[in-house]
Design a binder for this molecule. Structure first.
Ligand code: ASP
Length: 415
């Protein structure tokens, strides 16, 4: 192996990823549109990690449920994780509404729809439809089509049935563990490609979007970034401190790879393999708890998205002069929380959920087309917030269940 290769592989992956992120932005700003030529490297990277998602979610959840061991403990872990998902989502959407009410990004705005902003397809789903469609008619079809929520439901039920079958299912449990081990190994291989993927994606974003596109909507962008920053710097550290009783600094050092991948891919699901690895290897959360909490959280737990839905709903009301009552705020909180849960962890999914929130308070759906123009930079930041939140919940639940290796958590020896 040459010296260069040794230096490369000898450097912790997170340092290589951060370097790639900075160099990518620089390259994008220098080469501008021409940088599109390397976008395929980023696309290749996204395909590689997407390739892992369905088997990883299924086997992690089934394996996680089986490893938790008994139904009572599963109940305790599941309820705690879900409670944290809900509470953080409600805090996030409230934060979004409060910030937008104070800063008033939509006040005095005469809305002209930006050219190039296409209206995303309106989902014709009502809330009831949404709940019903969570149960797969055919689990194999859901897997093939990459519908994550139904896959999660099937995996959870399958895992529970496996637990209840006891001795009889023992060989299958061992089989699932074996597949999980292989999937983890595959993840490590794919992750070596991360710096190149992150470089290409960041270069593409910086080169094509530039800063000019953002100026007219700067307030809205700043507000979304600010809201996410508050969640990252205040809400999560509070959970780490008061529930997990662990230092925030070590947490952030351990999770930075996943954050960089989330920021550049704008997809919680695509980041899932990396998040899982960071939480297990760097933060020392047991396999059982991390597989369960992260595989579930990547689709269900979206605080950045909840905050964003809160901000945009209030923004839309201001821009179109719709008066908001207490009832409207309650409706935003409810629909944004459910919307965030129902949002798929793929790029741009949060934008689609917007229609659920806006319809519930009578704000014109044209708001969506307006926001679509700046969706991507917002999506990057909210996805990073979403993914970080999954790791926070995994750590908190792991700590409550006594399933976290604290020495591993605080050690600087991160990969
Ligand atoms: N892209 C986000 C995610 O994957 C979802 C969203 O659009 O809000 O976490």
């Amino acid at each position: 192996m040459g010296k260069l290769a040794m230096a490369w592989f000898g450097t912790a992956l997170w340092k290589r990823v951060l370097l790639a992120l900075v160099l990518g932005i620089a390259a994008g700003l220098v080469f501008q549109q021409d940088i599109v030529a390397i976008k395929w490297v980023g696309d290749l990277f996204i395909r590689l990690i997407k390739m892992l998602v369905v088997p990883l979610i299924f086997f992690s959840l089934v394996g996680g449920v089986a490893a938790i061991g008994d139904m009572r403990k599963l109940g305790a872990v599941g309820i705690r994780a879900m409670a944290l998902f809900m509470v953080t989502a409600i805090i996030a959407v409230t934060l979004g509404m409060v910030l937008a009410s104070i800063v008033q990004p939509g006040a005095g705005l005469t809305i002209t729809l930006p050219s190039g902003a296409s209206m995303p397809e309106r989902p014709d789903q009502s809330l009831v439809d949404m709940v019903i469609s969570m149960v797969p008619e055919n689990p194999i079809m859901s897997m093939a089509q990459g519908q994550i929520l139904p896959v999660i439901i099937f995996a959870l039920l399958f895992g529970m049935a496996m637990l209840m079958s006891g001795e009889e299912a023992r060989p299958l449990v061992r089989g699932v563990e074996a597949v999980s081990a292989v999937m983890q190994r595959l993840t490590i291989i794919v992750m070596e490609f991360t710096p190149f993927g992150v470089f290409a994606l960041m270069a593409w974003v910086a080169g094509t979007f530039g800063f000019d596109a953002l100026i007219p909507l700067a307030k809205l962008v700043a507000l979304n970034y600010g809201g996410c920053a508050i969640i990252l710097l205040l809400v999560y550290p509070a959970i780490l401190r008061f529930i997990a009783r662990l230092p925030t600094i070590d947490f952030y050092r351990g999770i930075v790879d996943a954050q960089a991948v989330a920021f550049s891919t704008a997809s919680s699901n695509a980041t899932l393999p990396v998040t899982l690895r960071c939480v297990q290897r760097n933060l020392g959360v047991s396999k059982a708890i991390s597989s369960f909490a992260i595989a579930l959280g990547a689709t269900v737990n979206m605080n950045g998205t909840a905050m964003y839905l809160g901000v945009i709903a209030v923004f839309g009301a201001q821009a179109f002069g719709v008066e908001l009552t207490w009832m409207s705020y309650l409706m935003i909180a409810l629909t944004a929380t459910l919307g965030a849960i129902g949002t798929a962890g793929v790029p741009g999914a949060g934008l689609i959920m917007m229609s659920l929130v806006l319809t519930s308070i009578g704000v014109p759906l044209e708001t969506i087309a307006f926001v679509a123009a700046i969706n991507h930079p917002l999506d990057m930041m909210r996805t990073m917030t979403n993914v970080t939140g999954d790791a926070v919940v995994a750590v908190a639940v792991g700590r409550m269940a006594g399933e976290i290796d604290v020495e591993e958590f605080v050690s600087a020896d991160d990969v």
